[in-house]
Design a protein around this ligand. Structure first.
Ligand code: ZN
Length: 288
């Protein structure tokens, strides 16, 4: 009797946590450790058609899509300033004819050095007057309010593409110290673009924000669904309106130097599940 209850306890403890995977089903976990600002993909191979897969990363829901190879995949975004450490990744699989089971793993995130840029500028360019500060805060809040929304529709398909062909001029993640004061790190990439060059949507999506902002200038934000957003800053002209559906590679605006910018270029940024991630990592994670 005592033995049986011990076995039952083991079954309860380990049964839920570590049930064996179904034959032929294979997890391809992201290579570790994972860099801050990275986009990584979890893949589940050999799933029976009609299986339901759900998951979470740090308690935030993950959604799964069918990959080009017919596997189940999900994108995981690691915020640029996520504290290094091990964070729980959980995948729950529910095959149509088999028992459901859960796979759990800690994903190790490491401190990633993207370099630091020290700039000295005239104080007047750095210190904002009260009215400008108020404007900047209000604009920042408009952006922040967008990220928690997870649109149920997935608009994006296949790989993400570069919005302009130009080379990177300022990399992702660069820390900035302005007149000795640490500022927000560069949470996107700056790409070379001439005034008036077409800027294209990185994937299918819905335009959810169009406006002119103090730092970002003329800007467009596209919601690709499932908590994935791309943003395009410093445009000279915007060619879309809020609520427009756009296709991958559609021209959404023209490059420029509006907002706080010294020369025409495109600042391209990505948010995934609220995390500030490297746009080029999103391209890498979705190609092939
Ligand atoms: Zn930039």
């Amino acid at each position: 009797m005592a033995k049986l209850s011990l076995m039952m306890m083991i079954a309860l403890t380990y049964g839920l946590v570590m049930q064996s995977p179904v034959d032929g089903v294979e997890f391809v976990a992201p290579p570790e450790p994972v860099a801050q600002g990275d986009v990584t993909q979890i893949v589940i191979k050999g799933m029976t058609a009609g299986s339901k897969v759900e998951g979470s990363w740090r308690g935030e829901p993950l959604q799964f899509f069918e990959t080009a190879q017919g596997d189940y995949g999900s994108l995981v975004g690691i915020d640029l300033r996520l504290k290094p450490g091990a964070y729980p990744l959980e995948v729950h699989v529910n095959p149509p004819a088999d028992r459901s089971w859960t796979w759990r793993k800690n994903l190790e995130v490491v401190d990633t050095d993207y370099g630091v840029q020290r700039l000295t500028l005239p104080e007047g360019m750095v210190t904002l007057d009260a009215a400008t500060l108020k404007r900047v805060r209000k604009e920042g809040a408009r952006f922040s309010a967008l990220w928690p929304k997870r649109t149920a529709n997935r608009y994006w398909r296949g790989n993400f593409v570069r919005p302009v062909p130009g080379k990177l001029t300022t990399p992702f993640g660069l820390g900035r110290i302005l007149n000795g004061e640490p500022r927000s790190p560069h949470s996107g990439v700056d790409m070379r673009a001439a005034l008036g060059d077409p800027v294209r949507a990185a994937n299918h999506g819905r335009v959810i924000l169009v406006g002119e902002f103090y730092f970002h200038g003329k800007a467009v934000v596209i919601d690709h669904g499932w908590g994935l957003y791309t943003m395009y800053f410093h445009l000279s002209q915007v060619k879309v309106a809020e609520r427009d559906l756009v296709g991958k590679n559609a021209i959404i605006g023209l490059a420029g130097s509006t907002g706080r910018s010294t020369a025409p270029h495109l600042h391209w940024g990505v948010r995934l599940g609220g995390a500030r991630v490297d746009p080029l990592a999103l391209i890498r994670a979705t190609e092939g």
